[in-house]
Ligand binder design. Sequence first.
Ligand code: TXA
Ligand code: MG
Length: 359
Amino acid sequence: MLKIYRVDAINPSIDIIRRAGEYIKGGNLVAFPTETVYGLGADTFNGDACLKIFKAKGRPPDNPLIVHIADFDELNKVATDVPEFVWSIIKKAWPGPLTLILPKAPDVPKEVTGGRNTVAVRSPAHPVALALIKSSEVPIAAPSANKSGRPSPTLAEHIVEDYKDDDIDMVVLDAGPTFFGVESTIIDVTKNPPVLLRPGPYTLEELKALFGMDIVVPEFARGLGEADTALAPGMKYRHYAPRTRLTIIECEKYEQLVKLLRDVAIDNMKKGIRVALLITRETSEMLLRDYPEIGNLPIIILGYRENPYTIAASLFDSLRNLDKINVDLGIAEGIEERGIGLAVMNRLRKASSFSRVKC
Ligand code: TXA
Ligand code: MG
């Protein structure tokens, strides 16, 4: 059964947090908000409890979890040989949407790391997540709370949507929408120079300044091409995917992008394909003004092109909404790979299974 508790995002009820903490201690699952997306958590040191996460999500066992801690000192319980420069980075970046890959401590069970000798760790910047970890008195291992392959939950309603028909015990702490809307940045600091495994709210530009050195950005981190191993989400497994087919329009020049969006939409409509557009507010206004012939297509607004944070925040909800309107194809507007735009494009490209039309 899903037990849903509504909590205030800033001042969560002590009583509810205590109950959820007891639930974690008892080897059960709690879905909780973070500043990125909702996570599905269990006691890191209880391998059987962590197994429940994989079972609930339908997650492949070699796709590891992220360990969430509330105090820097807890890092020593889950990681070893943390270099001095990493400590100084942590002090600046945590709590926050930055996950570090480090050598794992012996007590972290194989269920958490998918059998690797490294562990992913972060301290989430969300009062509810921090209160829950403290109340549980253990680091909490969690992936995103969605069913495997579905877009990550940015609202508690998304969790209900994914699990309502399942025979499953789970406490859900509903604190409303998450802040960033895309998952944390993941960086492997066991490598020199460090390697960006997944772009996220902690931007590449910020990482470079934080580390004071170059960061390796593999093609897969941009959402281009697949890697062979399950190193970061979406590299090996189908991720974030709506059920409806999706394609992305990518152009450097904005006017060209708007025109290509229109051309691709018309092309598909002529073939009898039912099309919806996932576009920014600016583009929807431009299309309606310049190309009224496609003005009556269903449109899902992706936020403001001018402010990519609004696009990140609404992205996963938009992908879920695409499945709720009855169409065959979603055509999404690409944005610039700058700041959080890199994370948005990484998620969009994976959601589209790398289908795109370029200028
Ligand atoms: O913001 C977030 O990252 C959210 C919230 C809940 O913290 N978590 C999240 O976890 O989205 P998710 O579903 O992306 O799963 C954790 C990912 C795995 O898919 C894996 O690729 C990566 O973290 N990961 C975990 N351990 C790793 C390791 N040892 N080496 C490389 N990647 C690892
Ligand atoms: Mg996930």
